[in-house]
Design a protein around this ligand. Sequence first.
Ligand SMILES: Cc1ncc(COP(=O)(O)O)c(C=O)c1O
Length: 365
Amino acid sequence: MQVPFLDLKKVNDRFAEEFSRSISEVLDSGWYILGSSVEKFEAEFADYCGTKHAIGVANGLDALVLILKAFDFNKGDEVIVPANTYVASVIAISQNGFTPVFVEPDEMSFNINPDLIEQKITPKTKAIMAVHLYGQVAEMDKIKKIADKYNLKLIEDAAQAHGAYLGDRRTGNLSDAAGFSFYPGKNLGALGDGGAITTNDSDLAEMLRAYRNYGSHKKYHNIFKGHNSRLDELQAPFLSIKLKHLDADNQRRREIAEIYSSQIKNSQIKLPQMPENKDSHVWHLYVVRCKKRTELQNYLAENNIQTVIHYPIPPHKQQAYKEFNDLSLPITETIHDEVLSLPISPVMEDKEVEYVVDIVNKFSY
Ligand SMILES: Cc1ncc(COP(=O)(O)O)c(C=O)c1O
């Protein structure tokens, strides 16, 4: 049996007919940028997240870049970010001329450890960017208390956690503003790049609508030095179609995660913690840890199971971030040496899940 890490064709084939119809509709409309499809998806996504506003942008990185740009901090101001996040969170900060301040994660959840945030706050700190890594909501209640205490903006990087809940609120509705990615492999993925910002702040939303469109609300009238970062009119209907299935897809991911977590029994492999509240995790990734990661990955590949490392190098050790290369963040560094993501997706079949369990259980080195 072959088990791909993520069979995107199979994910999207489910909607092929609806996609074709929507392509014809856009073609017939003759309107290709910021038209009714984007507007419709924005309304649906805001409704889904429970926020007043959703603003479609070109990708998840831009969503975060534009949020930070709109906050208009000073060059050199600091933004707190988990050290083990995907590098895009950090790029969004540095691209604006702000300084990322790395905080180690909680090893159990892989999310930022709120207890380590306060010691990193300085007079230059302006914001905390919480990342719901691998699909699990960060400890937003604790983080929000700290943000409020120090009068900091709170941003969610929700690129990996569409639809996850904290209590009765979803991601995107837990901060001043949130950035989402619709990169094809995400839980809600387009057939190309896409992203969105959600917020309940109407002034901020108004500003961001201008920022994504050259800084203008009215053609050729520029109130800001903006970007060109718009959600594509052709991608928006694909997202509208898939949004209707997101909760069911997330539920299937939870089922697979539960099978893995209850049936994988191998002392060399550490499984991710199952959250107390199941709804708080949408299992974008199912990440195990193993001290013999290379051997495990090779062994799985020999048995036709594709895996991916999220991520092999932490942001502060990247060549692009030489200025941080000497930082010591031991929890993050160990995590990056040991993590391996097993296949998980809404179209994975039971027999594939069972095969992965069986093969992983037989690993020994
Ligand atoms: C945590 C995180 N933040 C930001 C991004 C950036 O999203 P995009 O690839 O759409 O720019 C990603 C996507 O890979 C991500 O995983």
